[in-house]
Design a protein around this ligand. Structure first.
Ligand SMILES: C=CC1=C(C)c2cc3[nH]c(cc4nc(cc5[nH]c(cc1n2)c(C)c5CCC(=O)O)C(CCC(=O)O)=C4C)c(C)c3C=C
Ligand SMILES: [Fe+2]
Length: 480
């Protein structure tokens, strides 16, 4: 999307402009976003998705949430005029795109992936912890990423395996995401938009790289990338986009392929309304619905992501909850609600308040009925099926809560899928090719001496780090 199209009325809701999504170690988002601005009217949100903006100069004029030196290597998207998606006659009235017979549209759904068997758990965890967007090491220690990933994955595997064993021996994520892909393809078809829908997982099969290979084999001529995370985080959407970017820039065909990336879509009316529908339905199952505490539980991220790296995840999450509650209010539902963060891993500080602590607190305060709502993900997975349904439910009941309910993940909810299809169609005009150009001035040449020096001092630093009481304690307490 051109920066210009982000201005005006859509700014209130589509106002994170990632002038350069993947910086070296730091994400920068336009400071023009202000949570307190422009969200008084629930009907107001633009239904426009966020698209990686092109490297236009107006984006650079904004002040960025930044601590360190901002790298000037922007995702450079070339303008491409070839627009058109439909191979069916008669679509013109519905969408305002022109279409050509040669157009072959692809939609790439990005997701996290999950182990399908218990034997997959440790290698899956290795892939996850080897991701520099999951364990963010200082540059000097990057060479330790894989050994550290090996160590942590081996240490964590037994605990994770227990969790996966409790939900049937593997993650349901692949199956559900495949179903969502199918449903999306059909929803697009019913809008006279013919598309191949691909699934690319970040840490397990089918890997994003495999999906991209298939996209190449299918000679797709335009691609919409849709991460299945409503809110943007460096650790999820950001990480997957980093993979795409690195594969695309190395490939002549892919770097010329017009692409539109939908960075987040939590503010879309279809999503907000379908979440409100689910909540309303589950509330109706309680004897006294008006007394139920609506408890949003989001996947956490380390605080440093938000405070140091400029991750918009927390702001987007809060805005998302606000919009859902506004939608419920408009339906006459004014229950108390709260937001907490779950699933922390390791010895660092994560976003607070923590789900487990809040559950105990509100139970002790006398709340008797609670409806848990997972908000950061749109399919069932280990953290809904095991962590919420088993661990948190147990904790809540122990803490005095008597009536427990949980809203199911959206899955293939038809309003939700139809809205995703709309998001895809709306994203099409912004599709632009990624430039292969890199800023040579920023590329550092390989210097063997400085490499050896880095390894030497890096090893000493790593050794000292591993011996800090906090890390030792974390290992002892099984936090990994
Ligand atoms: C918005 C969703 C998610 C964010 C943000 C996120 C960040 C994040 N996660 C870890 C560590 C782990 N995540 C694990 C599983 C997992 N994570 C998400 C979603 C988000 N993660 C999902 C949907 C799943 C489940 C996949 C499945 O198999 O069903 C795991 C493995 C499970 C476990 O051992 O608990 C780990 C580990 C970090 C460190 C992080 C941010 C830095
Ligand atoms: Fe996670």
């Amino acid at each position: 999307m051109e920066a210009a199209s982000l201005s005006g009325s859509s700014l209130c809701y589509c106002n994170y402009r990632f002038s350069r999504l993947i910086t070296r170690g730091r994400y920068i988002a336009s400071a023009s976003r202000n949570f307190s601005e422009g969200i008084n009217d629930v009907d107001k949100p633009s239904s426009k998705p966020l698209i990686i903006s092109s490297s236009d100069s107006s984006t650079q004029n904004h002040s960025f949430l930044s601590n360190g030196p901002i790298q000037k290597r922007y995702l450079n998207l070339q303008t491409n005029c070839a627009i058109g998606v439909c191979t069916f006659p008669g679509n013109v009235a519905e969408s305002h795109y022109s279409h050509s017979a040669e157009e072959k549209l692809g939609v790439l759904l990005l997701n996290l992936g999950g182990p399908e068997t218990l034997n997959d758990v440790q290698p899956f965890l290795f892939n996850l912890f080897a991701d520099p967007d999951i364990i963010r090491l200082p540059r000097l220690l990057r060479f330790l990423q894989r050994p550290l990933a090996k160590l942590i994955s081996v240490l964590r595997a037994p605990k994770s395996k227990e969790g996966y064993a409790a939900i049937g021996g593997g993650s349901p994520l692949r199956k559900i995401t495949d179903e969502q892909a199918d449903a999306l393809r059909m929803a697009l078809e019913s809008k006279n938009v013919c598309a191949n829908v691909y699934v690319g997982m970040r840490y397990w099969f089918p890997f994003t790289e495999e999906a991209i290979e298939q996209i190449k084999r299918d000679r797709i001529t335009k691609l919409v990338v849709l991460p299945l995370y409503p809110q943007f985080s460096i650790s999820t959407t950001g990480s997957s986009i980093r993979v795409l970017q690195s594969v695309f820039k190395e490939d002549a065909y892919l770097s010329r392929l017009p692409v539109s990336v939908i960075l987040s879509w939590y503010q879309r009316q279809g999503y907000i309304r379908s979440m409100a529908d689910l909540i309303e339905k589950e509330l109706g199952k309680f004897a006294k619905p008006e007394e139920v505490m609506i408890f949003f539980s989001a996947h956490g991220v380390p605080v440093s992501y938000v405070e140091d790296a400029g991750d918009p995840y927390k702001d987007q999450m809060e805005e998302c909850i606000y919009l859902i509650m506004q939608e419920l209010k408009a339906r006459g539902i004014g229950n108390d609600h709260t937001l907490a963060y779950q699933s922390r891993v390791g010895p660092v500080q994560w976003l607070k308040p923590y789900t487990d602590e809040v559950l105990v607190e509100i139970g002790q305060k006398g709340v008797k009925s609670l409806l848990a709502i997972p908000v950061s993900f749109v399919s069932e997975h280990i953290e809904t099926l095991e962590e919420i349904d088993m661990e948190y439910k147990h904790l809540a009941l122990e803490s005095g809560i008597e009536n427990w309910g949980r809203v199911p993940a959206l899955g293939c909810n038809s309003l939700f899928i139809t809205d995703l299809a709309d998001a895809v169609v709306e994203a099409l005009p912004s599709a632009k090719a990624l430039s292969t150009k890199t800023d040579d001035a920023e590329e550092t040449e390989f210097d063997p001496l400085s490499y050896v020096v880095k390894i030497f001092f890096g090893s000493i630093l790593a050794f000292m780090l591993l011996l800090t009481p906090r890390v030792i304690l974390a290992f002892r307490n099984g936090l990994f």
